[in-house]
Design a protein around this ligand. Structure first.
Ligand SMILES: [Zn+2]
Ligand SMILES: [Zn+2]
Length: 367
């Protein structure tokens, strides 16, 4: 009979309150006592408990089934490497035996089906991170560049085999190169990773002097990256498959490039908008003017309306940063400049302005 999921989850010995080496007689006695105690006729509400007791005795009361049950529990605890062997406690839930054993069970008849033990299972490489410093313009226009990445890579001396150049790994004598060992005793034919070669199927007799037989070396390599236009400071760009190499044929991890953008002497950024602060004279602010403002491309001619205050921001649509097919705006902040020194002519003009401006702008603040 096929082992059932509940065999892993339920300790039938515990249910019947007997030791694992209890005799058939002891089992039957324990069952009868409990069955009487929890019989639904005498004890309404105890159906679940009664069912449990019946199920336990169903298996343990049959010597053949009991043998299979014991075997499944033993294999589940020891063979799979989890569960608490000897504690009788199985704290995991499984929906399917193949889930639990990662496909390591083989049908007793399926002798030709080869499975690799979990030790040699494909493993995805780790994700890596690299920092990339860009100028303001590079970040806006995009750039193709390369980053240095330090990670585990196949050893350059031995090409990743771990064997000293000129020598080759030999076929593992214990498993004959299969990487797994079969344990044919008992109910199942279970394949476990070969302890001699750790599932690789080969053994290194002369280890590589560079990597000491591991086949792995910490190396710096250059990865070419394409930075799209419009990236911002602190942005992470994923370069798929350029992280650490996978093991046993597993896929490589990803590389994440963290962009650090240098500030610009004139421009700032606010998302896709380009910002700039432009000084204007008092007459320009008061009378209005058309001023020339630098932008990423050609300079922009901007109309400053009469009476523009300092700190006022004027928007030039579409002259910001291009990203994802659209452009941000150029945000021009007006800074009205107060001269620190005045020529005689300027002083006379300002004094004349003062005379012509009798009202105080602080009138509303006076008590
Ligand atoms: Zn090596
Ligand atoms: Zn082996």
């Amino acid at each position: 009979m096929a082992p059932q999921r509940e065999w892993f989850e339920t300790d039938y010995y515990k249910v019947l309150g007997v030791a694992q080496d209890a005799s058939e007689k002891e089992l039957t006695r324990a069952y009868r006592k409990l069955a009487k105690q929890f019989h639904p006729d005498a004890n309404p509400g105890a159906e679940e408990r009664f069912k449990e007791i019946s199920a336990a005795y169903d298996v343990l009361g049959d010597p053949q089934k009991r043998k299979e049950y014991d075997e499944v529990r033993r294999v589940g605890a020891a063979g799979a490497g989890f569960g608490q062997a000897g504690q009788g406690g199985f704290n995991f839930k499984v929906d399917d035996l193949s889930d639990l054993f990662g496909g390591r069970f083989r049908q007793p008849s399926g002798g030709t089906r080869r499975r690799t033990g979990t030790a040699a299972a494909p493993r995805r490489g780790a994700d890596l991170e690299a920092e990339l410093h860009l100028s303001f313009e590079e970040a806006i226009e995009g750039v193709v560049t390369s980053v240095n990445v330090r990670s585990n890579a196949a050893c350059a001396t031995c090409g990743g085999s771990g064997a000293k150049p000129g020598t080759t790994p030999v076929v593992c004598p214990r498993c004959g190169g299969r990487g797994v060992l079969d344990d044919n005793q008992g109910l199942f034919s279970l394949s476990a990773p070969c302890p001699e070669c750790h599932g690789r199927g080969t053994k290194i007799t002369d280890p590589c002097p560079t990597c000491f037989g591991t086949g792995v070396q910490r190396r710096e390599r250059q990865v070419k990256v394409r930075i799209p236009p419009g990236v911002d400071d602190g942005q992470r760009i994923k370069v798929k498959g350029r992280g650490e190499a996978g093991a046993n044929g597993g896929p490589a991890g990803d590389l994440f490039v963290v962009v650090s953008v240098a500030p610009h002497p004139v421009f700032g950024r606010h998302g896709k908008d380009l910002t700039i602060t432009v000084p204007v004279t008092f007459p320009e602010a008061a009378l209005g003017a058309t001023i020339t403002v630098p932008s990423l491309g050609k300079p922009v001619h901007l109309k400053v309306p009469p009476g523009t205050k300092t700190g006022k921001t004027l928007r030039v649509r579409g002259r910001g940063i291009e990203h994802g097919g659209t452009s941000g705006d150029l945000l021009v902040t007006i800074d009205v400049v107060v001269p620190t020194t005045l020529s005689d002519a300027q002083r006379k003009a300002v004094e004349a302005l003062a005379k012509a401006s009798p009202g105080s702008p602080r009138a509303h603040l006076e008590l």
